[in-house]
Write a protein that binds this ligand. Structure first.
Ligand SMILES: Cc1cc2nc3c(=O)[nH]c(=O)nc-3n(C[C@H](O)[C@H](O)[C@H](O)COP(=O)(O)O)c2cc1C
Length: 395
């Protein structure tokens, strides 16, 4: 069988064969490393799409090593995804002399969690019969010692993206503006994800070369507007900057639909969660395969921001508690011990499993190459003969 042809402006500008991008998915389900590691990113790039590493949880050294690993597995273009949320852009306090130490302490006091929240989370643990354990400190997050003084978490990661001359940078949250000039100087293409028209304008003004309009159907952090409503509005708002569609693309039909609407490609997450190469425990892949379209829920439990997950009794207990989530970064601290306790207790069915509404149409684990090739072949068919004959038949 000859390889199908499906080419858009995205392919020409990024030097890829097919207009399909692997979403740069970060860690889920208690796994320290992201879902989209070098193996998955390279598999998608080798199959003709653009593989994107989920870089958010890596230290600078770990990110460098993972980028080198991608390069050892493919000679095709690839990308790195980071989050540019405000808490990831705070410079780390200087801690040299004693005076500096106390000044830094004053600047950034230890976070005190609200006692009502702490008590409520412990009560939820008790109700779910989870023994409470204290999590060991994490070596990676904002404020940890690997970040050079005066440098932010995202800034330190970004230095590696630039030093390694990564072909594509994707920002999952926030505007690329603080980094866009230096990225462009190094020839790095910038892709920015948004869930609203307002954010789309901001990232386009902030230097994004492509805007990803991500509809609420998506797994992970997500907004409230559906892909079909969001996509044309974002396109109109940011033109001539091209728009990529995301949220709900797990088939060639959906990809073709997005291209027919004017998108230059699809940014795909959930469909690749059940790929052989995805860094997800088997149980979590199976939970996605078993889920129906209505088995996901949007919750602020895990990060303080709205995130779509496969439902579980922990999310349901949190939602029923009526608690307001704390800001991003602080909410993560609130549930750190709880997540650790769940993991230690082996109650993996209660762990976070970010996935989108297309979970309902995923029935098996497959190599990423097969997932991508099937999607592309179906989209090419729909956009050529299939579409013409259906339109004619309808008339
Ligand atoms: C498990 C998981 C982890 C994710 N982590 C990130 C991330 O770290 N950075 C990011 O930009 N987007 C992240 N996302 C969102 C995806 O980039 C993407 O927008 C979304 O998966 C697209 O919709 P779909 O799931 O319907 O394909 C994540 C999504 C999932 C499912």
């Amino acid at each position: 069988m000859p390889r199908p042809t499906l080419r858009t402006e995205l392919c020409d500008r990024l030097g890829i064969e097919y207009p399909v991008i692997l979403a740069g998915m970060g860690p889920v389900a208690g796994v320290g490393a992201p879902v989209a590691t070098a193996e998955l990113a390279a598999a998608v790039s080798n199959a003709g799409g653009l593989g994107v590493l989920g870089g958010v949880a890596y230290t600078a050294d770990a990110l460098r090593a993972e980028i080198e690993k991608v390069r050892s597995l493919t000679d095709k273009p690839f990308g790195v995804d980071l989050l540019l949320s405000p808490n990831f852009l705070v410079p780390r306090g200087r801690t040299g002399s004693r005076t500096e130490k106390s000044a830094a302490k004053k600047e950034r006091p230890a976070i005190k969690l609200p006692s009502a929240h702490v008590a409520a989370v412990r009560k939820i643990a008790e109700e779910l019969q989870i023994e409470w354990l204290q999590a060991p400190p994490t070596p990676t997050g904002p404020g940890t010692s690997w970040i050079p003084e005066g440098q932010s978490y995202a800034g330190a990661q970004m230095e590696v993206v630039i030093e390694q001359e990564v072909p594509v940078f994707a920002s999952g949250l926030g505007s690329p503006a603080p980094f866009s000039e230096v990225l462009k100087k190094h020839g790095v293409h910038i892709i920015s994800l948004v869930g609203t028209v307002r954010a789309a304008r901001q990232v386009a003004e902030g230097g994004a070369d492509f805007v990803v309009a991500q509809g609420t159907e998506a797994g992970g952090h997500t907004g409230r507007i559906g892909t079909m409503a969001l996509l044309p509005q974002v396109m109109d708002a940011v033109a001539p900057v091209p728009t990529i569609a995301a949220g709900g693309i797990a088939s060639g039909r959906a990809l073709a639909g997005a291209i027919a609407m004017g998108a230059v490609g699809g940014w795909v997450g959930t469909a690749f969660l059940v790929s052989e190469e995805a860094n997800q425990p088997d149980l979590q892949k199976q939970r996605i395969i078993d889920a129906a379209a209505e088995d996901t829920i949007v919750t602020r439990l895990y990060s303080g921001k709205t995130m779509r997950n496969i439902k579980n009794p922990l999310i349901e207990a949190w939602e029923a508690s009526g608690l307001h989530a704390l800001p991003m970064g602080v909410q993560g601290l609130l549930i750190r011990d709880l997540q650790y306790s769940i993991e230690q207790a082996g109650r993996h069915e209660l762990l976070m499993n970010a996935a989108g509404q297309t979970a309902g149409m995923l029935n098996e684990r497959r190599p990423a190459k097969e997932i991508l090739e099937e999607m592309v072949a179906e989209a090419a068919e729909v956009l050529s003969d299939g579409l013409a004959s259906r339109v004619v038949a309808a008339v």
